[in-house]
Ligand binder design. Structure first.
Ligand SMILES: Nc1ncnc2c1ncn2[C@@H]1O[C@H](COP(=O)(O)OP(=O)(O)OP(=O)(O)O)[C@@H](O)[C@H]1O
Ligand SMILES: Cc1ncc(C[n+]2csc(CCO)c2C)c(N)n1
Length: 311
């Protein structure tokens, strides 16, 4: 291979040749055994893709008996954030699974009012004491005073950040979880956010923005009807469908930036190195066809899937 003379500018055709030589070297090293000898830069991309990590996703937290069953992979740990919207019917299940529980400001009202409604056979006061959050955090303009007093009397940590009017209450809660040392391995932490979808569109977009702002964390936004999370372009993704609790409708949305190439398997309408952008193709009303969905893309994508209603 030639060496470059760094004292003179490199011409475009020379870069191309250099790329091809690098690709040949990688090809010879066996990164891409079996690939046809196409143009060098194509081989190099394939080589890079072959080295990408696979991230595995499974909504076992919604399954009544499977919360920690993640196959051969390490069991996930959960944190729960309750937002200021109607509490979903599966909130008690997620609560039981979570190691850390937060309410974002008015989310505390929803917990206070909603848990006794979801458990109507029990004494409301006992339910409220049992479902006591670890932290209530936000700018505190929505929590009712009696709710604040009730939880502070129980020793709940209350973090008033009313001085910050530039980040949302959800953002403030995720900051708390991000700084929390209670989790042994943040890579196995899943942050479940209930009440995140439906309702006010600006809030929904603010919640989705938090997925991008904290793209190094695994945050799952939930409503009664569906869940969404971000599939980062730096990994290949395996989504293990929990068909008793989720599906069949799903979508892949290039919300942050367009994708020039996305490839999927396991869907009714798969993509094969297909581009997606707003104003062009976005994958909505797609359907699960297989228990395993794979996705790889040159762009971050939102994955969404419906949550089944109890029959
Ligand atoms: N209608 C809604 N749709 C989606 N998310 C919501 C909705 N209402 C509230 N939230 C979420 O719950 C969090 C707490 O909401 P709350 O009503 O207590 O405060 P807010 O003053 O409306 O929100 P913020 O202070 O974050 O702007 C919000 O940060 C947001 O993430
Ligand atoms: C450009 C811009 N738009 C809106 C807000 C207002 N805002 C954003 S997040 C938030 C919630 C605080 O809990 C509020 C009031 C801002 N600061 N900057």
């Amino acid at each position: 291979m030639r060496t470059l003379n760094r004292n003179r500018p490199i011409k475009e055709e020379e870069i191309w040749t250099l790329e091809t030589e690098i690709s040949h070297a990688e090809y010879d090293l066996g990164f891409i055994i079996g690939q046809p000898p196409e143009a060098g830069f194509v081989r190099r991309r394939i080589a890079n893709e072959a080295k990408m990590e696979v991230m595995r996703h499974a909504s076992t937290f919604l399954h009544p008996s499977l919360a920690n069953d993640n196959g051969d992979w390490p069991a996930p740990e959960y944190a729960l954030v309750v937002l200021n919207q109607h509490l979903p019917r599966f909130a008690p299940l997620l609560w039981q699974r979570a190691k850390l529980r937060l309410c974002a400001d008015g989310g505390a009202n929803r917990l206070f009012d909603g848990m006794p409604e979801l458990l109507p056979d029990e004494d409301p006061e006992k339910v409220r004491v049992r479902y006591k959050p670890d932290v209530i955090k936000g700018d505190m303009d929505s929590i009712r005073s009696e709710v604040m007093s009730f939880y502070s009397d129980l020793g709940v940590k209350i973090v008033d950040e009313s001085h910050d009017q530039d980040t949302t209450d959800l953002h403030k809660c995720i900051n708390f979880i991000s700084d929390c040392t209670a989790f042994s391995d943040k890579a196995n932490l899943r942050v479940l956010v209930v009440g995140a979808l439906g309702g006010r569109f600006d809030h929904e977009i603010g919640n989705i923005n938090v997925l991008y702002r904290f793209s190094n964390m695994h945050i799952i936004l939930l409503s009664d009807d569906c869940l969404i999370y971000l599939l980062s372009k730096v990994c290949h993704h395996e989504i293990h469908i929990q068909s008793e609790v989720e599906g069949p409708h799903c979508g892949l949305i290039p919300i942050g930036s367009p994708s020039a190439s996305t490839t999927t398997t396991g869907l009714q309408w798969n993509l094969d190195k297909t581009g997606m952008h707003f104003g062009g193709l976005v994958s909505t009303s797609n359907m699960i066809q297989d228990g395993l969905i794979t996705v790889h893309s040159d762009s971050d994508l939102l994955w969404t899937i419906t949550i089944r209603k109890p029959s």
